[in-house]
Design a binder for this molecule. Structure first.
Ligand SMILES: *[C@@H]1O[C@H](CO)[C@@H](O)[C@H](O)[C@H]1NC(C)=O
Ligand SMILES: *[C@@H]1O[C@H](CO)[C@@H](O)[C@H](O)[C@H]1NC(C)=O
Length: 308
């Protein structure tokens, strides 16, 4: 009887003051029950930073990987305001493109160029801007849309980088290369700024393991998966002359094996698969290099849907 009265009172209060309750309740059931459209956005955002570090028709595959990654994060429900795309953007309308305005990431695949935001293109895809965007430092950005990862302590961040690499460096389409130490420093800075709850970074590049090996702490909430270990190349796929070749007219590879492996796995198993399960699936399919994990492996028990 007494319980019933209390519940009724609470229910009335909820109906009258949903906002006040949502603000004061600490993740209880009432809050879930009463969640307003704006609550989700305020409590925990997902962000994505997607970058292709190359340019030119021969490197079609890196920008194709990044466009496909954009479709994945978009499908996962991330908003464009929380997605930053950095790509040279010389592929879709390249004179060599047999399908003008179209980018595909697998033979007979759908057009992954649709809707891709042009945040940073051409010469604006460079090391300075990549680090400024990652760190959420608007004043350090030069050119581009000015969009940055202005994340907070409860947010989840996904970073995907597709490009060429060498020991300890990732390339950029213009300017200097990004060194492993610069990346490690930026990630530490992001951690010290309490600017994420979890950060997942996938890197497609030769020698990509060398970007993290011995540099990524195991307790900072940053988990990295790389296409190759510190001492080997990573490889393209869907290349002319290979078993799964591009349609006629394409004289370039459509993707990279590690990249299409995680993305096609995501397309098939989103959102419930865990990051650990994805690593196993990607490792199994990527037979031409050693897929590696670095950093905070605790994150791998989380599902893909937490990030993308
Ligand atoms: C942001 O970038 C500007 C310009 O490079 C720099 O002076 C400033 O210290 C940076 N802010 C933070 C919080 O790192
Ligand atoms: C890294 O790759 C090279 C070349 O494929 C291989 O010989 C080596 O055993 C690998 N090391 C690790 C730790 O996977």
């Amino acid at each position: 009887m007494a319980m019933g009265v209390v519940s009724l009172g609470l229910l009335l209060l909820m109906l009258l003051q949903p906002q006040a309750l949502a603000l004061t309740s600490n993740g209880g059931r009432l809050q879930d029950f009463l969640r307003l459209p704006s609550d989700n956005a305020d409590s925990r955002k997902r962000w994505a930073l997607l970058i292709a570090g190359s340019s030119g028709w021969d490197n079609y595959r890196h920008q194709a990987d990044v466009c496909h990654a954009y479709q994945i994060v978009k499908n996962a429900g991330l908003k464009d305001e929380n997605i930053v795309v950095m790509m040279y953007d010389d592929i879709a309308n390249n004179p060599s493109n047999p399908q003008k305005g179209v980018i595909i990431n697998q033979p007979n695949g759908k057009n992954v160029y649709v809707g891709v935001p042009k945040d940073y293109t051409g010469k604006d895809v460079n090391k300075n801007n990549f680090l400024a965007v990652l760190l959420g430092n608007k004043t350090a950005v030069i050119g581009g849309s000015g969009k940055v990862i202005s994340s907070g302590p409860n947010d989840h961040i996904f970073v995907f980088y597709s490009d060429h690499g060498n020991p300890g460096v990732l390339y950029m389409p213009s300017g200097e290369r990004l060194t492993a130490n610069e990346l490690a420093q930026a990630l530490n800075k992001k951690h010290d700024a309490r600017a994420y709850m979890g950060l997942v970074m996938y890197v497609e590049a030769s020698y990509s393991g060398s970007m993290f090996e011995g540099l990524l702490p195991t307790n900072n909430g940053v988990y990295a998966m790389t296409a190759s270990n510190a001492t080997e190349n990573s490889w393209a796929t869907y290349c002319p002359g290979s078993p799964n070749q591009p349609p006629p007219g394409y004289n370039t590879c459509l993707g990279d094996l590690f990249s299409v492996s995680w993305m096609e796995d995501t397309d098939a198993n989103h959102p419930g698969e865990t990051l650990a399960q994805q690593y196993e699936a990607v490792k199994k399919r990527t037979t031409t290099s050693h897929v590696m994990q670095y950093g905070d492996l605790d994150l791998t028990s989380q599902t893909l849907g937490n990030y993308y």
